[in-house]
Design a protein around this ligand. Sequence first.
Ligand code: SAM
Length: 167
Amino acid sequence: MIEVLRLGHRPLRDKRITTHTGLVARAFGADGIVLTTEDNAVINSIKKVVKNWGGNFYVKVIKDWESYIKNWRGVVVHLTMYGLPVEETIRDLRGKDLLIIVGSQKVPKEVFELADFNVSIGTQPHSEVSALAIFLDRLFEGRELYKEFNGHLKIIPSEKSKKLQKI
Ligand code: SAM
């Protein structure tokens, strides 16, 4: 079980980035995303992709992120540029149930304490979307790119044109 916890979300600014965090989580092999703010535009966008493109990816909204983290029965990973390098930590994380926390604005310091692993993807500030994509790719060692979603829409890879199969 690999779940992503998107901590924080500013409805006026973060719609696209929270949606993209969900889409990356799904496309790169996570089972679901947990949001701390109910934003129907985001939830509907992610669910629409699941409906058309397949898989069992879920979206849920929680009120109390702190107790959610404390009650997670698995390993808690917080992606932060201040953490230990992904190259050094990823071996300990493969094959485990993971709750992967990504932030939006400033992440409360309790999260650093609650996490079993604070993991950095390089030591420069970038984005929750890129950090999550690289983390999942390192976790699954590239195998996630071959995952079958069995959706209504499927791309036939093509050198020069868009080939879309509708099932
Ligand atoms: N300034 C915020 C702070 O100090 O917590 C970070 C905001 S950043 C735009 C949003 C999220 O992207 C972070 O909470 C973290 O999850 C992720 N992130 C950004 N750069 C990262 C890095 N180099 N390694 C791991 N995660 C990163």
